[in-house]
Design a protein around this ligand. Structure first.
Ligand code: PAP
Length: 312
């Protein structure tokens, strides 16, 4: 680890009162614990062809996607009244590549559970994931809401009152590409290019589309991960039950997500409620100035115009 750190740039986020230092390594930014976990995974992780990876830049809908994917692949074992999601935070239901290598190896041994999640950019994934041609589900979200969600999360996580953390500074940092596993646009582009090169192996889901038409997107997800719904299941309302179980309203009101903690961001416990904000599209309108809108739209036009992906 020592050697690795000598080769990376560091940046202490200006608005974080010295509490958030990001490391740049292999062209992207990471927080220290996750950086160490990423290097370990790159060096030692052996993917199985049956693994399915849930990949995302932070604050794009990871918690929701993990819950849905978990409910889909475990539905023969658990229903909506016996699901571990009722008592366990979604992040703890799906292991993190950067954190939970032992658990993933255990799942491999038992052939028990195919899902693994990661925030790593595509080019930083352990090579065995690509060599094993593993399936990847990638979620992305309107960049402006991601910036606001990320800002609110970090303020709460670092215990910085919003009034002491100017949004302008947080925006500026994100705009300069400094975000956890960012730049965000490079994160999206990496997976997008890979999806063109490996047709049928990478499913792109958009947070806003999932909200607008959850049923079709959950069906796409289920088919992609190899657990399609039968017509009997559809008729019996299984899809709707999963959607209800994983809905923001349901998950955010569960005791475990209101007052529980887990240890996913650092080795210190993190309050689960921090992962459930407003879950509203367009909350950015309460934060962005006209100048910010113009700057970020221009940047996204430049970066993603060839992809057809819409992030505004
Ligand atoms: P993570 O990358 O740290 O895990 P992630 O889950 O990707 O975070 O993003 C959190 C956002 O998803 C929050 O959005 P907000 O800040 O705009 O409110 C959170 O509210 C939202 N979210 C969490 N669970 C759900 C859910 N079940 N359905 C819809 N949105 C959700």
């Amino acid at each position: 680890m020592e050697k690795t750190f000598q080769r990376i740039a560091q940046h202490t986020c200006s608005w974080s009162k010295g509490m958030l230092t990001m490391h740049n390594y292999q062209g992207f930014w990471n927080i220290q614990d996750f950086h160490e976990g990423a290097v370990l995974a790159q060096e030692s992780f052996k993917a199985q062809p049956s693994d399915v990876f849930i990949c995302s830049h932070p604050k794009t809908g990871t918690t929701w996607l993990k819950a849905l994917a978990f409910a889909v692949v475990t539905r023969e074992k658990f229903n909506e009244s016996s699901s571990p999601l009722l008592t366990t935070m979604p992040h703890e239901c799906v292991p993190y590549l950067e954190k939970d290598l032992e658990q993933i190896e255990e799942n491999h041994k038992n052939k028990s559970f195919p899902l693994v999640s990661t925030h790593l950019p595509y080019d930083a994934l352990p090579r065995s994931i690509i060599a094993s041609d593993c399936k990847i589900v990638y979620i992305y979200r309107n960049i402006k809401d991601v910036i606001v969600s990320y800002y609110n999360f970090l303020c709460k996580w670092l215990n910085i009152p919003i009034k002491d953390a100017p949004f302008e500074l947080a925006f500026d940092e994100f705009y300069r590409g400094i975000s956890w596993c960012g730049p965000y646009w490079d994160h999206i582009l990496g997976y997008w290019k890979a999806s063109q090169e490996r047709p049928g192996r990478i499913l792109f889901l958009k947070y806003e589309d999932m909200k607008r038409d959850t049923t079709s997107n959950v069906k796409r997800l289920a088919e992609f991960v190899g657990h399609p719904f039968s017509s009997e299941e559809e008729q019996a309302g299984v899809i709707q039950n999963i959607i209800k179980l994983c809905s923001f309203e349901n998950l955010s009101n569960l005791e475990v997500n209101k007052s529980g903690k887990h240890r996913s961001e650092t080795n210190a416990p993190v309050e689960n409620r921090l992962y459930f904000g407003k879950a509203k599209d367009g909350d950015w309108k309460n934060y962005f100035t006209d100048e910010m809108i113009e700057k970020i739209d221009k940047l996204i036009d430049q970066k993603l115009s060839d992809t057809g992906l819409v992030l505004k």
